[in-house]
Design a protein around this ligand. Sequence first.
Ligand SMILES: O=C(O)CCC(=O)C(=O)O
Length: 283
Amino acid sequence: MGLFYTNKQIRKINFMIDQTQINFFQQHGAICLKGYFIDWVDKLRNGIEKLISNPSPRERSYTPKDGSAPFFQDLCNWQRIKEFEEFIYKSDAGKLASKLMQSNTARFFHDHVLVKEPGSSIVTPWHQDQSYYCTSGLQTISFWIPLDKVSIETTLNCISGSHKWNKLHKPKRFDGTDLFKNDKSEEVPDIDSNLNNYNILSWPIEPGDAIGFNFRTLHGAPANNGSLSRRRVFSARWVGDDAIFVDKKGKGSPPFDHLTLMDGEKLTGDDFPLIYNSNYWDI
Ligand SMILES: O=C(O)CCC(=O)C(=O)O
């Protein structure tokens, strides 16, 4: 890893988060954080352009059959894109994650870039990220950080309280195919035909805002076809004290094929750096 920061450097914290926000996130499984990452917008945009011009073997982009613009996606690039690594180590995201997760520690899980080009007709289907992951635990958060203005029509939608349903639905690729072979788990319910049954949280977004959501929260996002602007998103995903490795016995997403951790072991190792620990850094 190219960057090393002392605890003092990591401790430069500029944000405020109060108990009302923590309670909101714990209760609803999602929260809108206004302006928290404003200082990182240009840097993350640069990182995304570098990534698009040199994607990883994990790139999974979707090109709509109707000829509209693509939906670019790539994962786990912080070890080679310096702007992403700096964000993880130097921004306040780790401490913010630990506070919202109510965890003493925040460990980085993975980065994910999701760019819907203007006019893209690809809808992100409803899903729970936890179903795709080689980790489990209740203390989790993803920061979905748009680098463009996102209207209420195209923003992320999260189902309030779904992180507490105690149920993980079948993971599917965004083209509708099953992620794991012979997966008999329950399908995601037909939310779009029954919108009145759910309390859906969504917020219009300015660059530098973030939506934080639990890995178990059901979420999805509309197409970008009503919009003339790009929808570039950097997503940073975090786990807390209770994170363990889960052997999904198949190629999850991210794949993390090279890990040698045993089922049930604490999630540690170079891929998952410990970024924040309140026992040492909350002086
Ligand atoms: O950006 C999107 O379209 C979907 C985001 C998402 O599913 C995620 O960040 O887990």
